[in-house]
Design a protein around this ligand. Structure first.
Ligand code: ADP
Ligand code: MG
Length: 231
């Protein structure tokens, strides 16, 4: 289980998150919705230890891990797929996959990545920066599968991709969930995200505006400008 408890966090003098609490139970899919600038990315940064809270706590499996460095949280099974494409553009696909999963035997890391995204298997020697946008995102996402990450934080991983690629990305996310990984999902495709979610949180201006099950959420209200997202 990963949890934020009464977290305030921000950048320099600016407080972005105020009294934010959120729980990602083991094996569950949790969606975090909210308009642009609400603080969703900031929540994921706190959850991965990239940003430490000014007050409140970060908990992992019941342990207080507030202030623990990101690489230590990685070692404890937290995997953050950040906004944009988190890959090394000048390295090959193979080199990226091996760098992503340093503690997985190389053959296993490559096999798992190719199992998840067969196209990567045809591109192992290609420089990552020359892949299509969708393939770059698949390469970034592979890390969630090549490592033994138990909690995966996904920040708008379908952003800017063609519809068929978005389908493939969602299939992969469902596959991660089916494999028992806990997921914290920030997505612009609200309906699709909710369809695979056990719980949903709605963030507005850095505060939690709703927490519950997707069925309890008034989707109409979400779409009517509150999230401003596409279906
Ligand atoms: N590195 C940063 N430095 C200063 N302010 C930031 C930084 N990143 C985000 N912010 C501000 O924090 C607020 C929340 O941003 P963010 O967490 O990216 O929201 P969201 O992901 O919901 O769009 C915004 O007002 C944004 O301008
Ligand atoms: Mg964001």
């Amino acid at each position: 289980m990963l949890a934020l408890s009464h977290v305030d966090a921000g950048y320099g003098e600016t407080t972005v998150l105020r009294d934010v609490s959120l729980v990602v139970p083991v094996g569950s899919v949790v969606s975090l919705l909210g308009p642009n600038g609400a603080g969703k990315t900031t929540v994921l940064r706190v959850a991965s230890g990239v940003l430490h809270p000014a007050s409140g706590r970060l908990l992992l499996d019941g342990d207080d891990v507030t202030g623990v460095a990101p690489h230590q949280l990685v070692a404890r099974g937290v995997c953050h797929i950040p906004e944009g494409r988190g890959i090394f553009r000048s390295l090959t696909v193979r080199e990226n996959l091996l760098t992503q999963a340093p503690s997985t035997p190389p053959a296993d890391a490559l096999a798992r990545a190719v199992e998840a995204f067969p196209i990567l298997g045809e591109r192992l020697s290609q420089t990552a920066g020359t892949l299509s946008g969708g393939q770059q995102q698949m390469l970034a996402l592979a890390r969630a599968y090549t490592t033994d990450a138990r909690v995966v934080l996904l920040d708008e991983v379908s952003m800017g991709l063609a519809p068929l690629v978005v389908d493939e990305i969602f299939s992969f996310v469902e596959r991660l969930a089916a494999a028992g990984r806990s997921l914290l999902l920030v997505e612009q495709y609200v309906t699709r995200a909710l369809a695979i979610s056990d719980f949903v949180y709605l963030l507005n201006k850095g505060r939690m505006a709703f927490a519950g099950e997707p069925g309890e959420l008034d989707e109409e209200a979400v779409f009517q400008g509150y999230v401003g997202a596409s279906v």
